[in-house]
Write a protein that binds this ligand. Structure first.
Ligand code: UDP
Length: 328
């Protein structure tokens, strides 16, 4: 039986495809190539198309024996979601509805979902656990929460089991150096800091220095993309073993401020990285740090590339060798 990976040619998707390959899984990939890169695929059979295209998805499910889905395909930028919420509702929420309908039609009973800490919004407790309040502060997080809720009701009505993985901040690159992060446009902190280190940008803009944190900049929990990938493989195995639906946070449990990230990047790269203070970016909570105890206990997950130096060094290996991303 095969695993269908939607959005498998994207950043976290392609690292998960690499992890599935290591387990000897048969892999089918659906990607509309909006953010995906064919060169990022180290394994699997790629179908280029969109989840919202019913005839296309009939071909994918009709031609393969799929027993589990890992669902990444979505737009995922906080800032953009505040300007174009309709794009997020259409691609993320409606796209997931189309996917769940196809799973129902083709009797596929397991889905692992790429969710986010943005479902919590401004947290009540730090670190955040899965029982904490979900009150998103941005449209991106709201759509991911809507997708989770949709899966819950498809489980109740149709028995489709889901594991939702709420990631904190994915970063780093595959240890082989063959694949890494390449978004266009890039909006994430670590790749932008490394582009500034390479001289591809004049400086890094720090969005807000007036948050209620020790140095005034936002605190995030950075987690290595290959550790995230491993959690997806464990989640597929758990669902295949007959487990019930559940939600897990994935993070390291330690937060770093924007200024701390820049300082560590300066020391890892040995480069001068100029920083310029700018106003807050809409939709950003001050502090997001995970409690991943539940994933450790129930999934047997334990992140192994967990210092921020290690994470940034692996990203630097990729960015310095591929300054133009997959284009070179
Ligand atoms: N950030 C920043 N400058 C940038 C990009 C991001 O100061 O050029 C900040 C952003 O405001 C947030 C943190 O870095 O506080 C992480 O942002 P990112 O977009 O990487 O991830 P998010 O937390 O939004 O998923």
């Amino acid at each position: 039986m095969a695993v269908l990976v939607t959005g498998g040619a994207g950043y976290i998707g392609s690292h998960t495809v690499a992890a599935l390959r290591e387990r000897g899984e048969e892999i089918i990939i659906v990607d509309n190539m909006q953010q995906g890169h064919q060169e990022a695929l180290l394994a699997g059979k790629l179908y280029k198309g969109d989840l919202r295209d019913s005839d296309f998805m009939d071909v994918v499910f009709g031609e393969n024996r799929i027993d589990a889905v890992i669902h990444f395909a979505a737009n995922s930028l906080v800032g953009e979601s505040m300007k174009e919420p309709g794009k997020y509702y259409h691609n993320n929420v409606y796209g997931t509805l189309c996917l769940l309908e196809k799973m129902k039609q083709y009797n596929v009973g397991s889905i692992v979902f790429s969710s986010t800490a943005a479902t919590y919004g401004e947290p009540e407790n730090v670190p955040i656990d899965e029982y904490d309040r979900t009150l998103p502060t941005n449209a991106y997080g709201e759509t991911k929460l809507a997708m989770e809720k949709m899966m819950k009701w498809y489980d109740v009505a149709h028995g489709i089991k889901y594991i939702s993985l709420r990631y904190f901040n994915a970063a780093g690159a595959h240890e082989s150096g063959a694949i890494g992060e390449d978004h266009s446009p890039e909006t994430h902190l670590i790749p932008i800091v490394l582009e500034a280190a390479l001289g591809k940008r004049p400086h890094i803009s720090v969005f807000g220095e007036d948050y209620d944190t020790p140095d005034g900049t936002c605190i995030r929990d950075y987690i290595h993309v290959s550790d995230l990938a491993d959690a997806h493989v464990l989640a597929v195995e758990r669902l295949r073993g007959g487990a019930d639906s559940s939600v897990y946070n994935l993070g390291n449990g330690k937060g770093f401020s924007v200024k701390e990230v820049i300082d560590i990047a300066r020391s890892v790269t040995g480069r001068d990285i100029p920083a310029v203070m700018e106003p807050r970016r809409a939709g950003d909570p001050a502090v997001l740090v995970a409690s991943s105890e539940r994933a450790r206990k129930e999934l047997g997950w334990s992140p192994s590339r967990n210092t921020l130096e290690q994470i940034i060094a692996s990203a630097w290996q990729w960015h310095s060798a591929h300054p133009e991303g997959y284009r070179k």
